[in-house]
Design a protein around this ligand. Structure first.
Ligand code: ZN
Length: 165
């Protein structure tokens, strides 16, 4: 009984910590804004929740010299965008892709892998809620699209709108 209560208390303490970090990114987003003449950019939307993200990337060779996001939506989508920019800014494209893959894995399994996602790992609780996974994944998918210079289609995390044949 006591042990169980302790576990529950520990669980909600962790949830409080996660919530605190997420809200902190939402209130004080990192790298928010736009770049003058970005090397590449992409737009993403999650119509289910009304989230929108625009990502500007400044590449120097293969290195992400600078990136900014702008947009609007729920706290999960905006906090995740802020966390995403912290993870990939100053790194090369391979690192960015590894971070994107690791984040998608985190959302899929609810378990952090070997790749250190920093604050982004605080979004692990979202994995239990498929609708919120779309919110959290939006910025990462939009970054992936921005770095994929072969395609210019807008991104959506609502797969129903992409299955138009
Ligand atoms: Zn959302």
């Amino acid at each position: 009984m006591t042990a169980r209560r302790d576990l529950e208390a520990a669980g909600s303490l962790m949830e409080d910590l996660y919530r605190e970090v997420i809200l902190e990114h939402y209130r004080s987003p990192r790298n928010k804004g736009e770049l003058d003449g970005p090397t590449c950019a992409a737009d993403g939307a999650n119509p289910l929740c009304g989230d929108q993200i625009h990502v500007d990337v400044q590449l120097q060779g293969d290195n992400i010299e600078d990136l900014r996001f702008s947009g609007q939506g729920c706290s999960i989508s905006q906090a995740s965008a802020s966390m995403m920019t912290e993870q990939v800014s100053g790194h090369d494209r391979a690192h960015a892709q590894a971070a994107i893959d690791a984040f998608q894995q985190l959302m899929l399994t609810g378990e952090p892998g070997d790749f250190d996602l920093g604050d982004s790992e605080m979004l692990v609780g979202v994995a239990k809620f498929p609708a919120r996974v779309k919110c959290a994944s939006l910025a990462w998918k939009t970054l992936e699209q921005a770095l994929d210079t072969r395609s210019a289609d807008p991104v959506t995390t609502d797969e129903r709108t992409t299955s138009d044949g």
